[in-house]
Ligand binder design. Structure first.
Ligand code: ATP
Ligand code: MG
Length: 428
């Protein structure tokens, strides 16, 4: 019997995991600069958390959710995205309370699950890094969130990106636009895909998001939501675009963009690349927007929110395709060779002492001959090779070779165990 990982999942192996850690650390450091704090929510939630928020007609809810009934007959879903769970936690733990500083700025990173057809940059278990900021309706916060995403991608060495933005306006905007869209689409009813036929009256905005090429031809002639904005919605959008201009962030307005989730209003955005690594045309790496009704929808007060989610697998495909250099991994400071059984035991004490001082240190664990151990030291690119033989054991010393210049000295073993840094500074 041979076991294989489930379709659409990946093993992240040593060599790759360092790249993941680098991305995660870069994100954590940057989010800290913007004063966002980490939140960790469960990997599964009650089904309703997602069905209520993502939209009954969205692809996620209709096709992509991993949901099941557990042994207690609870309807459970493996989270397909991060926002709904964070909002659920925000409400349940009353993070909107009078004691919390507003806006409440949160970030998360972790696995998400969607039943999709696996392909490059599209998995069934994938990972997102995301942020959510609650409690301010200011367009400045929309712009901060966009700027932070752009900043993160820049820090990771990606500059060649397209930022598309749009607005879904407020409730009144959407009611008026919904009507206009239905009026436009109805005469095309017979030409639409089955999904779009189904969605035309339930949620016509979804039709704009269709990936069906024939639907897209029809959508190209659809009215623009920008012609239906209320004064408030127009003001909000003008402020966002104005601030993006002020910050020198280049974007284009795409009035056909609606995003795959139902909970957005006002600003929505996608950050895209046309790198071939992610397929033909433009692929979205990071997407987000404002969701002012969502906290209320999940039983909380009227608190607004805005955030983004970034796909880590797609980011990595892009970084590797662009040949972006990752920082060198954990270099080896010292390899300790023991020439006899007694010396090997002493070598173990030395590596432990070095590690306790914060150095990376390793030794042989396979009872290998000295020659093989020296080979390892070379192969692992150790900065120093330390050797203990019978003579060293007798006079309490250790032989130390600087692998960069070949210099060799004999030193007191306690100096290595107690202050290796000082010893290196004095001796080399
Ligand atoms: P798409 O239109 O490509 O299906 P989406 O609109 O479903 O994307 P979002 O729900 O906005 O995607 O998720 C935000 C980001 O998460 C995406 O831009 C992408 O980088 C990543 N992502 C979404 N689904 C997957 C997946 N199945 N595999 C890998 N990454 C994904
Ligand atoms: Mg999708």
């Amino acid at each position: 019997m041979r076991y294989q990982r489930p379709k659409g999942t990946a093993d992240i192996l040593p060599g790759d995991s360092e790249q993941w850690q680098y991305i995660e650390k870069t994100a954590r450091d940057l989010f800290a600069n913007y004063r966002y704090q980490e939140i960790r929510t469960p990997m599964f939630e009650n089904f309703d958390v997602f069905s209520r928020t993502s939209g009954e007609t969205s692809d996620i809810v209709t096709k992509e959710m991993y949901d099941f009934h557990d042994k207690g007959d609870r309807h459970i879903t493996l989270r397909p995205e991060g926002t709904a769970g964070v909002v659920r936690a925000f409400v349940e733990n009353k993070l909107y309370g009078p004691d919390t500083q507003k806006p409440v700025k949160l970030y998360y990173m972790g696995p998400m699950f969607r039943y999709e057809r696996p392909q490059s940059g599209r998995l069934r278990e994938f990972h997102q890094i995301g942020v959510e900021a609650f409690g301010s309706e200011s367009p400045e916060l929309d712009v901060e969130v966009i700027a932070m995403a752009v900043n993160l991608l820049k820090k990771l060495g990606i500059n060649d990106l397209r930022i598309a933005i749009n607005t879904l306006g407020d409730k009144e905007t959407r009611a008026a636009y919904r009507k206009a869209l239905i009026d436009y689409l109805e005469p095309h009813f017979d030409e639409l895909s089955d999904d779009s036929k189904e969605r035309l009256h339930k949620n016509p905005l979804r039709v704009l998001d269709s990936k069906d090429p024939d639907d897209q031809l029809i959508v190209d002639g659809a009215p623009s939501i920008l012609d239906y904005l209320t004064d408030d919605a127009q003001k909000h959008f003008d402020k966002v675009t104005g601030l993006l201009d002020d910050l020198g962030i280049k974007y284009s307005v795409d009035y056909t963009m609606v995003r795959g989730l139902d909970y957005y209003n006002h600003t929505i955005f996608e950050i895209m690349t046309n790198s071939k690594a992610l397929g033909e045309g433009y692929t979205t790496v990071c997407a987000g927007g404002r969701y002012d009704g969502l906290v209320n929808e999940l039983g909380g007060p009227e608190v607004s929110g805005v955030g983004f989610g970034l796909g880590v697998e797609r980011l990595l495909l892009l970084m590797n395709a662009e040949k972006i250099e990752f920082p060198a991994e954990n270099a080896l400071d010292a390899y300790v060779v023991g020439i006899s059984d007694d010396a090997s035991l002493e070598a173990l004490k030395v590596v432990q002492a070095l590690r306790a001082q914060g150095f990376t240190a390793d030794k042989d664990y396979l009872d290998r001959k000295p020659k093989a151990q020296f080979k390892s030291a070379n192969k692992l690119n150790a900065k120093f090779t330390l050797t203990i033989g019978d003579k060293e054991l007798e006079n309490h010393s250790i032989h130390m070779k600087n692998m960069a210049d070949g210099n060799e000295i004999s030193v007191d073993i306690d100096d290595v165990k107690n202050d290796f840094k000082d010893l290196v500074n004095k001796s080399f």
